[in-house]
Design a protein around this ligand. Structure first.
Ligand code: SAM
Length: 495
């Protein structure tokens, strides 16, 4: 298995589920004993106030630890209890070098604090899945660099791996039932998740996002090349886990991966597609698999689930052999702008993100910084424009199909000046549903937003994401929008 190969170069013999109960040969034990003695003796040396001496001593200690590690890597017998202790030493050393506390390692790896303590003290042999969880904490750097570019033979084992997952609690039938109840209620706000759920919604959305106007203003202008270049500069030659949240038909996300392939010399990419809509997910999955069929370095995986539940999907955060890999979360196609409360979403959905992870999403910019209805109506060309026929079919579809009394549906645009990100405003597309007896009810079917870029950057900074740049869409003079790139920082230590 691929995970097995990836971790074995540093922790070959201490894993609970791949040890044999054999005693190690005594020369190995003797060597370990003497090297550890040496390490202890070196640690006891006092370099005095001389900076140069102190740094020499640090060098010596580092080299001695490396010798111990190499001895372990190449000569450790299976099941040796020294190995367990050495694992603890290695873990502690990497943790200290990364400037992390045991609590932080526990939080990032999803393991318990007491377990981390026991591992470090050599009181417990680590289970394979725990080693993998620890390897997923990128800053621990637990796996040597040579496993970064996994060879093709490992990729072929990827191809035999399961490639379609159902996330915990996912139940598409209940979601349709909820949509049905919502459409037969007295009206209100429809959370954007519901407009993509059934097959007809998926078909209608595919028609919207492949209409010539959308392709010209969005898809053709996606600044994939500069974003890929910047990512390569920042991340270096690591493996990538690209987690596409809400990929729709997958075309924008696949185009982005194609750009990454162009700048990564030997790409090793796990391309996860996570969508709430089964029909859209199968469309995106098929498109991705068809595109990368001949590419041994790309593994495609479909996940049925909600991006609102991202923290529950531990598998995604702690996938095997994750050390020296970086996660890239994407939300393309104006998905962020449709959310009910963007800051809350950033705070909650990415609570499992590890330092070094990347977040990439697009936003439209405001046509005015004066957040007043009349000004917005005057300046924003879209606010006055009626929805296209395709958009009306897409957004009106759930009402026509599920609202039992609906006789007609008409759309209007309402301006929302009360947004949580400073300088942003919203356009709410409200469906007025005609009912028997001249009655009506209203649903806000979708919301679009416009943003002030610096406020977005400030908002993300509050949640530990630092901007790596903002990339305007090409030809976006008439419809100004950009791709925002962020990287998760190490948590600030409290003094
Ligand atoms: C605006 S579309 C964007 C599609 C695609 N990224 C693009 O660029 O064309 C939003 C996508 O998010 C998905 N989506 C909506 N709510 C979701 C949720 N709660 N969890 C996962 N996916 C969701 C929809 O099914 C749809 O595929």
């Amino acid at each position: 298995m691929e995970g097995q190969d990836a971790v074995s170069s540093e922790f070959p013999s201490v894993l609970v589920d791949d040890t044999e109960d054999t005693m190690g040969p005594s020369p190995y034990r003797a060597a370990i004993f003497h090297l550890r003695q040496g390490l202890q003796a070196l640690s006891a040396l006092s370099p005095g106030p001389d900076d140069e001496k102190r740094s020499e001593l640090e060098q010596l200690l580092k080299m001695q630890r490396q010798v111990l590690q190499l001895l372990h890597v190449h000569f450790a017998p299976e099941g040796d209890e020294n190995g367990v202790r050495l694992f603890g030493d290695v873990l502690r050393q990497h943790r200290v070098d990364a400037g992390l506390t045991q609590e932080q390692v526990a939080a990032y790896s999803g393991l318990s604090l007491s377990y981390i303590c026991k591992l470090e003290q050599g009181r417990k042999p680590p289970a394979r899945k725990s080693v993998l969880a620890l390897c997923s904490v990128a800053d621990l750097k637990l796996v040597p660099a040579e496993v970064t570019a996994l060879p093709a033979v490992r990729e072929s084992s990827h191809r035999q791996a399961p490639n379609w997952f159902m996330s915990p609690g996912f139940d598409s039938v209940s979601m349709i039932d909820e949509l049905d109840q919502l459409m037969n209620s007295s009206g209100g706000n429809v959370e954007q998740t519901f407009v993509y759920l059934d097959h007809k919604s998926a078909l209608d959305w595919i028609a919207v996002c492949n209409a010539p106007g959308y392709v010209a203003s969005y898809r053709d202008g996606l600044p994939g090349p500069p974003v890929a270049k910047r990512l390569r500069e920042v991340l270096g030659p690591v493996g990538l886990d690209l987690i596409a949240l809400g990929p729709g038909d997958g075309k924008n996300e696949v185009a982005l991966v194609q750009q990454l392939i162009r700048v990564w010399a030997e790409p090793n990419i796990r391309f996860y597609l996570l969508d709430i809509s089964q029909p859209l997910l199968s469309r995106a999955f098929k498109h991705a698999v068809d595109t990368f069929i001949d590419h041994s370095g790309i593994f495609v995986c479909g996940i049925q689930g909600s991006f609102h539940h991202l923290p529950r999907y531990a598998q995604l955060h702690y996938a095997p052999a994750r050390s020296h890999r970086r996660r890239i979360y994407t939300m393309l196609g104006n998905t962020v702008a449709n959310l009910d409360h963007e800051p809350l979403f950033f705070q909650n959905a990415f609570s499992g993100a590890a330092p070094g992870d990347i977040l990439l999403f697009d936003l439209d910019f405001g046509y005015t910084t004066l957040i007043e209805e009349d000004e917005i109506l005057r300046k924003d060309p879209v606010a006055k424009k009626p929805l296209s026929e395709l958009q009306q079919r897409f957004l009106g579809g759930p009402i026509q199909r599920y609202c039992r009394e609906a006789q007609s549906v008409t759309f209007s645009c309402r301006i929302d000046t009360d947004r949580p990100i400073a300088g942003s405003y919203g356009l709410q597309y409200v469906a007025t549903v005609g009912l028997p007896g001249q009655r009506t009810k209203e649903f806000c079917m979708i919301q679009a937003r416009r943003y002030e870029p610096n406020s977005v950057i400030r908002c993300l900074r509050k949640f530990g994401w630092e901007s790596l740049g903002m990339f305007p869409f090409t030809g976006s003079e008439t419809r100004p929008r950009g791709l925002f790139l962020f990287q998760k920082q190490l948590p600030k230590t409290r003094h």
